[in-house]
Design a protein around this ligand. Structure first.
Ligand SMILES: [Zn+2]
Length: 315
């Protein structure tokens, strides 16, 4: 018997009690992702991943053995470059404080970025209610969003916190003038410093930001790179910052670095140290450039690591 697809569909429709199917359904293709919100419980805290959009990253930013990188990229089905890498921010509600970790790119980078506003609105969060914005490092895709396109403070009641060495380095006019490229980082940092004044404050490694959130020195990718450990009810989540960029490649081969690591050797050591600790301590990682919502656990696989994205649930 020659069963056509149309007859099968018609048969299915009859089974479902549908009398007829439309001949066609035409709708414009949207051709973009919708900035997103994802919530999970961390003990008594709530942690919300907020999408700022995505950035584009070319294979040439990876530094390592070319054949190995090509093989890993192919094995992970990463065949279309430049890659669209998520830009994720994380909001911790401790019950007493609203703490945002990283602020996205604002209006300084690609049009595909700078959507934190929409994600905050979708999450029902008023930027004026945020108490502190913890910046992992002062690259444009993490600090740019603290300032609105009209040049005002997007978080009018918040302290902006970052590592002292990052503030010193990225707000320096002399460093900006010497930089051959990527001046957007200096522009973003200097703009934030100007707009927030004394409300841009250094955070000491090891210090407690608020009860349940601690700053950790993870310098290497930048001079003052800082990660934030969130702990409540026995669950720990590390908001990593950019300890890695292309997850499928760098979890497998953590020795692979990126061109814009300030100190590639230290960045590599920090990546291994944090991943080893995450395995040993069963930390959840909250990763800015892992696919949204950027949350998962890590396990060892010989000399490599495997990233297990969290199941989509509240916990
Ligand atoms: Zn980044």
């Amino acid at each position: 018997m020659n069963i056509t697809r149309r007859r099968l569909v018609a048969g299915a429709a009859a089974t479902l009690g549908v009398s007829s199917l439309p001949a066609s359904a035409r709708a414009p293709k949207v051709n973009r992702q919708v900035p997103g919100v994802h919530r999970m419980r961390v003990g008594d805290f709530e942690l919300t991943s907020l999408s700022d959009g995505f950035t584009l990253i070319d294979r040439s930013i990876l530094v390592g053995d070319i054949e190995t990188m090509n093989r890993l990229a192919e094995a992970a089905h990463l065949t279309r470059w430049p890659l669209q890498l998520s830009v994720n921010c994380f909001l911790a509600n401790t019950g007493d404080s609203l703490i945002l970790i990283d602020a996205g790119a604002g209006d300084l980078m690609l049009p595909s970025m700078g959507h934190l506003d929409q994600s905050l609105a979708a999450a029902g969060v008023n930027p004026a209610d945020i108490d502190q914005v913890l910046i992992t490092h002062l690259h444009g895709d993490h600090i740019g969003g603290v300032v609105s396109p009209d040049g005002k403070a997007r978080f009018p009641n918040a302290l902006i916190r970052a590592g002292q060495a990052d503030i010193d380095y990225w707000t320096s006019e002399a460093n900006m003038n010497q930089a051959a490229e990527r001046k957007v980082r200096f522009v973003a940092s200097r703009r934030a410093a100007m707009v927030y004044g004394s409300r841009l404050r250094a955070i000491d490694p090891g210090s407690i930001v608020v009860p349940g959130i601690k700053a950790l020195d993870t310098s290497g990718h930048t001079p003052g790179h800082t990660s934030y450990l969130i702990e409540s009810g026995g669950t720990r989540v590390l908001a990593t910052g950019d300890i890695l960029h292309v997850a499928p490649v760098q979890f497998s081969r953590p020795e692979i670095t990126v061109r814009y690591d300030s100190d590639p050797d230290i960045a590599r050591q920090v990546r291994r140290r944090l991943l080893d600790t995450a395995v040993a301590e069963n930390w959840i990682l909250a990763i800015p450039h892992a696919p949204f919502p950027g949350l998962g656990r890590v396990r060892r696989d010989g000399g490599s690591y495997l990233f297990d994205a969290l199941p989509w649930q509240m916990f």
